[in-house]
Design a protein around this ligand. Structure first.
Ligand SMILES: [Zn+2]
Length: 413
């Protein structure tokens, strides 16, 4: 495991962990981890997230519910019947698409990786528990891992957010759910006030710099399963720590000498709530992020994040995307719906936010891979972030016969 320090992403001020914002300038923090050797990048006999312990920041505990090592499946090429042509990346390039089923983690989303690490860090420091703002996947995951670790869990849920099965599941794991007047940003502020000395804030934006680090092993798992570095990795993004964490994992493998290339990272947002896409296409990322975001209805609630009050966290995702030579793209509701249905017809049931990754593969804005010549085959991976089983909007998407039924309103924005 790796020694680490927390450092401000803007002024480089070094600070302690747990810390959430730079004490000098107020900007987000990122962890700096000690370099890895090739041996550190190899799988270990440990269970869950800890199978790739060598890539992770050092902890004294190893809480697990069996997360990680999720399946990577080839996605068959489109059958040319007109129904599934959306899996083409470019019509003139033969694309080899794989799907990474993060939807099969213990609480059915990728957040379990972060919560295994966070619960372990909280135990190391003798903290009372985990606190977060969420109405969705993160709440269920934090509650489950707090329960597994014998920690308490407090979930701040905005009254403007519709309490649903996910909140009830968090309660079933023993979490205290507290309602906050207002919207998600008000819940974020309440969780921030509660973090204090004895609670670890695990709100899954970039608030807690530890959480991003838990996604590094995804890169190692992809290389392990593919036998090569993919050309493109497509990731649904709200604030986007998942994209950044996977990218950092690929840089670890390269820095350790195990691989020689890096993938282009492609972030995907729903067109109805796409502050990162707008900023990506603007000359000045920071001023674009500070502009209010119009939020329309979307089925992809898990990525409908307007970043209000923590706009600067979006810069971390944009920087990782730029460093990779990738892009941030938006997909509309009919495309999300079509992709969700197509996956379901292949036996894979995911939440609409995850379907957005497959929908994005048809977008021609996805840049060509890192090679001097366009290869005859691309290897693309779509990261399917969450299962459809606990997501009512997933069923709504599948229930309709056409792509034109009205999507349900976003809740997290
Ligand atoms: Zn600073």
């Amino acid at each position: 495991m790796r020694e680490f320090t927390a450092r401000c992403v803007r002024c480089r001020h070094r600070t302690g962990f747990p810390g959430y914002r730079c004490p000098a300038c107020g900007s987000p923090l990122a962890l700096e981890l000690a370099p890895v050797s090739a041996a550190d990048c190899r799988p270990t006999p440990q269970a869950g997230l800890w199978r790739y312990a060598g890539l992770l920041p050092r902890t004294g505990h190893a809480v697990t519910l069996g997360e990680g090592t999720t399946p990577l499946l080839p996605m068959a090429p489109p059958r040319h019947d007109g129904a599934d042509d959306h899996v083409n990346v470019h019509s003139d390039v033969h694309t080899d698409v794989h799907i990474k089923l993060e939807s099969l983690n213990p609480s059915l989303s990728f957040k379990d990786r972060a919560m295994a690490l966070a619960a372990s860090a909280a135990l190391d420091r003798g903290l009372d528990g985990l606190v977060l703002a969420s109405t969705g996947n993160a709440a269920v995951s934090a509650a489950a891992y707090a329960a597994a670790a014998g920690l308490r869990c407090r979930v701040f849920c905005a009254t403007g957010s519709r309490a649903d099965a996910k909140v009830e599941t968090a309660r079933a794991h023993g979490a205290e759910v507290e309602l906050v007047d207002g919207d998600y940003s008000d819940a974020y502020a309440a969780a921030t006030r509660a973090e204090g000395e004895s609670w670890l804030n695990v709100t899954t934006t970039y608030r807690n710099p530890l959480l991003t680090e838990a996604y590094r092993p995804i890169a190692a798992e992809l290389v392990e399963d593919l036998g090569a570095v993919p050309d493109v990795v497509v990731v649904p993004v709200g604030a986007g720590p998942l994209l950044r964490g996977i990218w950092l994992g690929f840089t670890d493998l390269r820095d350790a000498g195990l691989t020689t290339s890096l993938p282009r990272m492609v972030g995907v947002q729903a067109q109805a709530c796409a502050p990162l896409v707008r900023a990506w296409n603007a000359a000045d990322w920071e001023s674009s992020l500070r502009e209010p975001v119009a939020v329309g209805p979307t089925a992809a609630t898990a990525i409908a994040d307007a970043l209000r009050g923590y706009e600067d966290e979006g810069l971390l995702t944009l920087a990782a995307t730029r460093d990779s030579g990738g892009a941030v793209v938006a997909v509309d509701e009919p495309a999300i719906t079509a992709a969700g249905r197509d996956l379901a017809r292949r036996g894979v049931f995911v939440e609409p936010a995850a379907a957005a990754a497959v929908a994005a593969l048809r977008i021609s804005a996805v840049p060509a891979p890192h090679t001097s010549a366009v290869p005859s085959r691309w290897r693309a991976v779509a990261v399917l972030t969450g299962h459809g089983a606990k997501e009512p909007s997933a069923l709504a998407v599948l229930a309709g016969q056409g792509a034109e039924e009205p999507p349900i309103p976003g809740r997290n924005a």
